[in-house]
Design a protein around this ligand. Structure first.
Ligand code: GDP
Ligand code: MN
Length: 403
């Protein structure tokens, strides 16, 4: 699960990471009020930041024509005006796709006098199965681009999860970023805070981009987390009530939310052949074999080992909620699963939804004879496949012939 920048900063602050002061606001009036308080304590400028899980907001453009999801403002009137163009409007960034995202919250925060920007992240390295701290002097910009064009500019330090981030490792990364003296000391402390946020929150990613050296009015320099992104492992959410409460359904794909209500593992993809499968491994193999025969999977869908008729019916409706779908492949290997439960579910769902698209069903395993009979007796134009390969070939062909 992903959370908003302002929420990520709340978590980081809890673990001692220095973040600029600010508050999330849901109306231009509220934004103006918060900015008045910031101006009153001596800040000369404030920053308005559109809150969405998608990155690249700085370079984003609103559909109403306004440029920038991150804007520096010099007066509370300006804050009011800019917030009016952000809240209730759609922001398009490199990561949102053309449809963009509706902004309903803006973060009003003090503008900092930035001297230098860095990139910092702690994430799970799946190759070593350990957390890794990644840092770069090329902050503020697209880290994927840095990784591609100047990989030598990215510092990696693998963390032993039993030992945690060792003080020498934090210093090594700070030195790698060119930090010395007081800044090195501040950086090492901040890295520990970021690592603790990662560890204590069961995060899969904590990213601070940019991490900044800012200059205070008195000339003193300070290291701050100016932007933050946190992704938390869904499997650990049950033990983090406060993080669960940060979930923003408006940021999630509607079909995926619907699927989670029925305990279905559904991920929308951009192909045209939907698949309904039991078991994650079989679901992945099914997507591969669709691709192998020249088709493109429209989704990943695992109905689990003991799906009920209701779940099968819900799964069908979710699949059909995707307008790109032109055919469906059901691939079930009944172990615990009773093939006839699936067959009954399919027949019910096809009748209920008045399905017009080609449907290929491959059933194998527990109670398969009864299941096949249920399908055959239904009188519905269901194409049956005996092997997985044959079924995949049939659906690819049927879709080709139907369009
Ligand atoms: P993102 O584009 O979604 O990653 O949003 P960021 O929060 O990273 O902001 C984008 C850029 O805006 C940063 O890299 C900074 O250069 C700039 N920015 C953000 N906050 C401030 C601030 O307080 N002061 C100044 N001068 N620039 C800021
Ligand atoms: Mn950023």
């Amino acid at each position: 699960m992903n959370i908003h920048e302002y929420q990520a900063k709340q978590l980081l602050a809890r673990f001692g990471v220095v973040v600029p002061g600010g508050e999330p606001c849901t109306s231009p009036e509220e934004a103006r009020e918060v900015s008045q308080r910031l101006f009153a304590v001596g800040h000369k400028k404030v920053v308005l930041k559109a809150q969405t899980h998608a990155g690249g907001r700085g370079k984003g453009v609103f559909k109403n024509g306004m440029k920038g999801g991150v804007r520096v403002c010099k007066s509370s009137q300006e804050v009011f005006d800019i917030a009016s163009y952000m809240i209730g409007h759609i922001l398009v960034t490199k990561q949102t796709g053309a449809e963009g995202r509706l902004i309903s919250t803006v973060l009003v925060t003090s503008a900092e006098n930035i001297k230098k920007e860095f990139y910092l992240a702690v994430l799970l390295d799946r190759n070593t199965a350990n957390p890794v701290i990644m840092a770069s002097t090329e902050g503020g910009m697209d880290i994927e681009e840095v990784a591609e064009k100047q990989p030598e500019k990215i510092i990696h330090e693998t963390i032993n999860p039993i030992l945690g981030l060792m003080p020498y490792q934090a210093r090594k990364v700070a030195v790698g970023l060119g930090l010395r003296g007081e800044m090195l000391h501040q950086a090492a402390k901040l890295f520990h805070g970021v690592y603790r946020t990662f560890w204590e929150c069961d995060a899969s990613l904590v990213e601070v981009n940019p991490l900044c050296i800012v200059q205070r009015p008195d000339g003193k320099e300070e290291l701050l987390a100016l932007d933050a992104k946190v992704s938390v492992d869904d499997n650990a959410l049950y033990r983090h009530q406060t993080i669960q409460a940060m979930r923003d359904l408006a940021e999630e794909a509607p079909l995926e939310i619907e699927a989670s209500k029925y305990n279905l593992n559904y991920i929308k993809l951009d192909g045209n052949i939907a698949c309904l499968v039991n078991g994650a491994g079989l679901a992945m193999a099914t997507m591969d074999i669709i691709q192998h025969f020249g088709g493109r999977p429209a989704n990943f869908l695992d109905v689990g080992g003991g799906a009920t008729r209701e779940q099968v019916s819900a799964a069908f409706k979710i699949i059909l909620g995707d307008p790109n779908v032109q055919g469906i492949l059901v691939n079930i290997f009944g172990g615990i699963m009773d093939c006839n439960v699936i067959a009954t579910g399919i027949v019910g769902a096809v009748k209920e939804t008045g399905l017009k698209l080609p449907l290929v069903v491959r059933l194998e395993g527990n109670n398969v004879a009864t299941g096949r009979k249920t399908l055959a007796d239904s009188g519905l134009p269901i194409i049956s496949g005996t092997s997985m390969a044959e079924a995949a070939e049939k659906i690819v062909l049927a879709v080709k012939n139907s369009v």
